[in-house]
Design a protein around this ligand. Structure first.
Ligand code: SF4
Length: 374
């Protein structure tokens, strides 16, 4: 299930928690578009023959909804011309509520987008304001309704939890509001305070701090239990879906498939080698992706560690036969290493798979780090 990822690196303003690569210089959109089209044309032989057919095209950012419908159409035209797309390709776009209206949404539908991810983050105005979001809760609700009215069926939202000024009850209210709509996907991220953000600076000045780990764990399991009650499958630590509609884009990362990432800061993987474009908008505008694309061949240990990192974050965990087939030489050490975690009841083996238990899944990042081969 190979995929294409387009990184649109513009945002009108910076949200207070966000350390993604982006620029507020939205006036460079046209110039960016020219270089992006060139990059997609020049890298059209990126995929090997066996992974030539693309099943997912994903516009992320930044804020893809800062591109006009006509600009998005130009990008899709090049992708359709230069790459082999499966008949049922999933075309996803991440959008922000403050950029949308009914006309824009129906424009997206007419371009062939069949999946949309709305950056809602919270249905409370207080949260949105404190996070530096540009929309309010009324816009959120209107936009969800307009999205369905435009004919989208596969609609997902993002929410953030673990906000220092909030509590469980308020987050539960977010899930109740969310359930008023027939959404197919939820990405729910715990707030992390990164140094290079407004929240990071607030933390340094002791105006803000993360919530206690115990509270985080309670919130995580409340989210899990409530979302499952509402018919969502919690299929990856931060992702939930209804009707088996996993995000194809993320799934291809988690299953080690090839993907091409275009735009400044975007990463690609061809099955052997990992590439990353330089996170520098100006260099990209001046000389395109060629100005700073780096690459490395993944070592056996890198590939093994990646497998653990991506696989153990999913609910189903890792197929041990697959792991053995691909990393035979590392298996006996791995089997020794997992013993302490299974004995402590944090990992479990069942039906040939290994995965985090209810106690262990919340702690999975630390466990994965311990299992890494260096
Ligand atoms: S959270 Fe999204 S909209 Fe906000 S600054 Fe980051 S990329 Fe831009």
């Amino acid at each position: 299930m190979a995929g294409i990822y387009i990184h649109v690196p513009f945002c009108k303003t910076r949200c207070h928690y966000c350390d993604f690569f982006k620029s507020t210089k939205v006036q460079y959109r046209n110039q960016f578009l020219g270089q992006l089209l060139k990059e997609l044309e020049e890298r059209s032989d990126f995929f090997s023959k066996s992974e030539k057919v693309i099943h997912s095209v994903y516009f992320g950012g930044g804020t893809p909804s800062l591109l006009a419908v006509e600009q998005l159409e130009e990008v899709l035209n090049v992708i359709r011309k230069e790459y082999s797309l499966a008949d049922d390709t999933e075309f996803t776009i991440e959008v922000n509520p403050d950029d949308l209206d009914a006309e824009y949404l129906s424009g997206l539908r007419s371009l062939g987008f069949n999946r949309i991810s709305l950056g809602i983050q919270s249905f409370f105005d207080e949260d949105l304001k404190k996070m530096g979001r540009r929309h309010n809760s009324i816009q959120s609700r209107n936009v969800i309704e307009q999205t369905f009215a435009a004919g989208f069926e596969n609609v997902g939202i993002d929410l953030i939890y673990g906000l220092p000024w909030s509590d469980q009850e308020k987050f539960l209210q977010n899930l109740i509001v969310m359930n008023q709509y027939p959404l197919k996907h939820l990405s729910a991220y715990h707030l992390t305070i990164e140094p290079n953000t407004q929240f990071g600076r607030d933390k340094k000045r002791k105006k803000l701090s993360e919530i206690e780990e115990e509270q985080s764990e309670q919130l995580f399991w409340m989210l899990h239990d409530e979302a499952e009650k509402l018919g969502f499958e919690h299929y990856e630590i931060s992702n939930f879906c209804r009707d088996g509609l996993y995000s194809r884009h993320n799934t291809s990362y988690w299953t080690g498939k090839s993907y091409l990432g275009a735009g400044p800061g975007a990463h690609s993987f061809d099955g052997i080698r990992r590439f990353w474009n330089k996170s520098d908008l100006h260099q990209y505008l001046e000389s395109g992706y060629q100005s700073g694309v780096s690459n490395e061949i993944l070592t056996e240990n890198d590939r093994f560690n990646e497998c653990l990192m991506l696989g153990l974050r999913t609910r189903k965990g890792i197929d041990l036969e697959d792991l053995k087939a691909n990393h035979f030489g590392l298996m006996s050490q791995f089997e020794n290493n997992i013993q302490k975690w299974t004995e402590r009841g944090l990992l479990q083996q069942e039906c040939g798979r290994i995965f985090g238990t209810r106690k262990g899944w919340f702690l999975i990042d630390g466990i994965i780090e311990d299992l890494f081969e260096v």
